[in-house]
Design a protein around this ligand. Structure first.
Ligand code: FAD
Length: 467
């Protein structure tokens, strides 16, 4: 009843991929409609992902650092956490950013249509919103519908004591004992926040290490620190059952030590995310969606249907905001007639834990699996003056090189700010830099960035001393 609308470009979903695509297309002169089912723009990343998690992790970091300064002769009082105020601060950041997006959309004359969008034809989407149903027709469409947390059949997800990352970020309370199912990035970030706020944390992970995807030596310093701070970390262990009791959630786990049960006040399920491809009636447009819900695209983000593109979490791994953003730009530019492809050589991944774990390009584990010969330079942060002056010595910078050409192939970094440092290696890989390029580039002293410089020199054998 809301009337019909037409746009040159319709973007379905306003996460980092969607808003980037919408804004870029508008900047290139297109008439754009952005469809979003949530009250605010910004998708998972701004509302219930990257940004709120980093705000809470910052609070956690300040608390831990103030505790640890006691060892260095500077003592603070025990932090007095006002959880309502902390939650309010986190929400104020979200509101600032999502409100900012609305302003940016307005400034570009991007029309935002609120409601749930589903395809009805290869050139039409029906949007069901609070103010009725509208049909939006388009010349081009960019699907940016994102992803949502995976649920497991043997877990009572409707019990309020079972939460996902969105529930964890809502910060309803600080439970006494929480089980985190899944030792990946999201699980470990949330575990870090709650542990610092006073929750006793147990982590259960199916694989044989935390942060699967990063090399074991890079994850080890994080694991060691978490082993000290958490109640338990069960690796190579799977959750077989979760039973809702009045006294708590009884969880049965099966691991190397056999089958055991434990009772928790809350269970955070962080076992991965699934794409939203199956929720948009893509078949009505003829768009292929695979069994898992991913939408296959080519390197111009084109789906099998002419004029329909897809970007972000809904097209595949890694499900990361920076990947979505770059894909969004490509789709908008291709639609606008530019000759563009998505051809990133590498996409960095970061766990914003304490210490941070960051990785980019080829890992040693992958090299072994694929039989690729590599060389490496490994610099321990115990020999970094800057790291020691931060009161931390457990970090590690490992850069992986092609032994024939000395070109940089990948890196794994663990330590404070590893996530910021990894960008240099991504640039080195994109530019085809070799060990000498990094080794001869003067890095400011004393910074953690020098560890990349030193790792290259370690590989080349040109390092004289460790400072
Ligand atoms: P999304 O952000 O998922 O947005 C999709 C949007 O589409 C949503 O707003 C949704 O409401 C809307 N939508 C879907 N279907 C419809 C429909 N039918 N009609 C209307 N609207 C619809 N990534 C990082 O790079 N760095 C991080 O630090 C990081 N931290 C994270 C922490 C957490 C707790 C989580 C859960 C994720 C994190 N991520 C992080 C991942 C990141 O959030 C995603 O990769 C990113 O949001 C994907 O962007 P997107 O544009 O593909 O989709």
């Amino acid at each position: 009843t809301g009337g019909d609308l037409h746009a040159e470009v319709v973007v379905l979903g306003s996460g980092p991929g969607g808003y980037t695509a919408a804004f870029r297309a508008a900047d290139l002169g297109k008439k754009v409609i952005l469809i979003e089912r949530n009250p605010s723009l910004g998708g998972v990343c701004l509302n219930v992902g990257c940004i709120p998690s980093k705000a809470l992790l910052h609070a956690a970091k300040v608390i831990t650092e103030s505790e640890e300064m006691g060892h260095f002769g500077v003592s603070f009082q025990k932090p007095d956490v006002d959880i309502d105020k902390l939650r309010g601060w986190k929400e104020s950041i979200i509101n600032k950013l999502t409100g900012g997006l609305s302003g940016l959309a307005k400034g570009r004359k991007v029309t935002v249509v609120k409601g749930v969008g589903t395809f009805t034809a290869p050139n039409a989407i029906e949007v069901k919103g609070e103010d009725g149903t509208k049909t939006v027709t388009f010349d081009n469409c960019i699907i940016a519908a994102g992803s949502e947390p995976v649920t497991l059949p043997f877990i009572p997800h409707d019990d309020p004591r079972v939460i996902d990352s969105t529930g964890a970020l809502a910060l309803a309370d600080v439970p006494k004992r929480m089980l985190v199912i899944g030792g990946g990035i999201i699980g470990m970030e949330m575990a870090t926040v709650y542990e610092t706020l006073g929750t006793k944390i147990t982590v259960v992970e199916f694989m044989d290490q935390l942060i699967p995807g990063a090399d074991p030596d890079v994850v080890k310093p994080l694991q060691k620190r978490m082993e000290k701070r958490f109640e338990a970390i069960h690796l190579k262990t799977k959750v077989a059952a979760v039973k809702a009791l009045d006294t708590g959630l009884e969880v049965t786990m099966e691991g190397p030590k056999g089958t055991f049960t434990d009772v928790f006040d809350k269970v955070l399920v962080a076992v991965g995310r699934k794409p939203n491809g199956k929720m948009i009636a893509a078949d009505k447009a003829g768009v292929i969606v695979d069994e898992r819900g991913f939408i296959p695209v080519d390197n111009q983000q084109k789906t099998n249907v002419p004029g329909i593109y897809a970007i972000g979490d809904v097209v595949g791994q890694p499900m990361l905001a920076h990947k979505a953003v770059h894909e969004g730009k490509v789709a908008a530019e291709v639609i606008s007639g530019m000759n563009r492809i998505f051809d990133a050589m590498v996409i960095p991944g970061v766990a914003y834990t304490d210490p941070e774990v960051a990785f980019v390009g080829l890992t040693e584990t992958q090299a072994k699996e694929k039989g690729i010969k590599i060389g490496k330079g490994v610099f321990p942060w115990a020999a970094s003056g800057r790291s020691l002056s931060l009161g931390r010595d457990e970090g590690l910078t490992k850069v992986i090189f092609d032994p024939e050409t000395d070109r940089v192939l990948g890196a794994g970094i663990v330590g404070p700010n590893a996530g910021d440092l990894i960008a240099e290696v991504a640039l080195a890989i994109e530019m085809g830099a070799d060990a000498t390029d990094i080794g001869l580039t003067i890095h400011p002293h004393p910074t953690l960035s020098e560890t990349i410089n030193f790792a290259a020199e370690m590989f080349e054998g040109t390092i004289t001393d460790l400072i």
